[in-house]
Each structure stands twice: as structure tokens, then as C-alpha cells.
Design a protein around this ligand. Sequence first.
Ligand code: 6GU
Length: 247
Amino acid sequence: MRVDIVSIFPEYFAPLDLSLIGKARANGLLRLAVHDLRTWTHDVHRTVDDTPYGGGPGMVMRPEPWGEALDALAPDELSPDGHTLPRLVVPSPAGVPFTQAMAYELAAESHLLFACGRYEGIDQRVLDHAATRMPVTEVSLGDYVLFGGEVAVLVILEAVTRLLPGVLGNAGSLDEESHAHGLLEAPLYTKPATWRGLEVPEVLRSGDHARIARWRRDESLRRTASCRPDLVGALPPESLDARDRAA
Ligand code: 6GU
């Protein structure tokens, strides 16, 4: 997968050299480039913002540098390597909620282009114009406000990269984890069997795989009902059996 990120703070993305994302980059599963938006300014002050039309607090990102950045990174002409237009992803507290389902959707794209807004946001015409040429998705991490899109891109990219084929050593972990089946994962334990007087649940040491699966299912439901009742409500009815309902 190819990923381009445009930001006025390219330094925010230093952690993308680390750990499993760094490894995915090193072995070519992820082709990532970070671009400074100010590359596409032409005044001595390299201005990217101005006051909002209609008044109000703060500043808005001017459309011209963004227009040039998107022209450069998503050119209309087909390049020699036969590329297709990217999907433009714009982090914004006003976007659609980012979910594991959307992470899978983005992981299936061949090219993502992230536009990181700062200040109050980007001039709307940038997104409207881009949408005439490529798919555009405004994405929110949740119901709170960040300074800008940079940290959101780190989150989204981590969720997406671990779904790329070949990135996770054990792809089975994708099937067991929280949100894989609309439920939160059951609690986990490792050795020692007793620690500070606390025991690992006996069932997990029983070797009875059917009992263990049933225990995990019950704990998963219990935890989800407690932390995320909204998720239990959203489960398809056929995904709950009689034992689930009793538990
Ligand atoms: Cl994606 N961006 C910003 N700036 N704030 C947010 C967000 C995104 N998601 C929640 N708050």
C-alpha cells in the first residue's frame, strides 16, 4: 500500500519509523511519504492560514497550498507506473466515526492520501474540489477535539497497517481481538498461575478447550455489556445463542 501524508508538522510522524510500522516500511509492505504543506506555498512567510469568512474565532487553512499539494500527489494524468487516484482521508472531529470496519475498508485501498488540518480546519472548497476527482472521507476518532489531524493519522495508520497482509506474524490474532466479532475481548492471563495472591481462572488451566471457549465467550459478553452496552445492542440477533442470553 502507498500512503502520502501532508502536514505542516512532518516531525509528528517520526514514530512511523518504529516497531511494526517501521518494519512494514522497511520490507516494502507500506510505502509511506510525509510531505510538508509549506512546500506548496510561494510567499516569504510560507503562509497556510487566514481569518474565516463570516467571522468567528481562530484561523482557517487557505485553499491554494492544499490545491497544489493534492495536484502533486494525486495527478490527473496516469503515471508511468499505472497508478490510480488515491482515496483522500481527512481527519476531522466533524467526520464519520473511525471503526475497525473502516480500518478494513482503508486497508483494501492501494493508495491513501491523508490531509492533516490545523487551526479550525481546511477551507471547504479543497474537499469539494478534491471530491470531483477522487473519493474523499472525513474521519473522526471520537467525540472530542484535538489540535490537528496528525495524531489521528498516527492512530488510523496503525489500525490500517496491522491489517495489511504480511504485517502481523500471527494473522490468527486478528480473528480473536476486540471488535473482531462486534464484542470486546475476554481478559488475558499469563504465568505465574498465582501472583500477589491472585489466581488465574481455573478454567484457563483446565486444558478443556470447549470449556475455555465458552468461558471466553461469557467474559467477552459480560465485559461488552458493562463497558459498551451500545455494541451489545448492535449485534445481529442470530449471533446470540440461548446460553449467551442467559449469561
Ligand atoms: Cl480525526 N481530528 C481532530 N482534529 N480532532 C478530532 C479528531 C480528528 N477525532 C476526534 N477529535
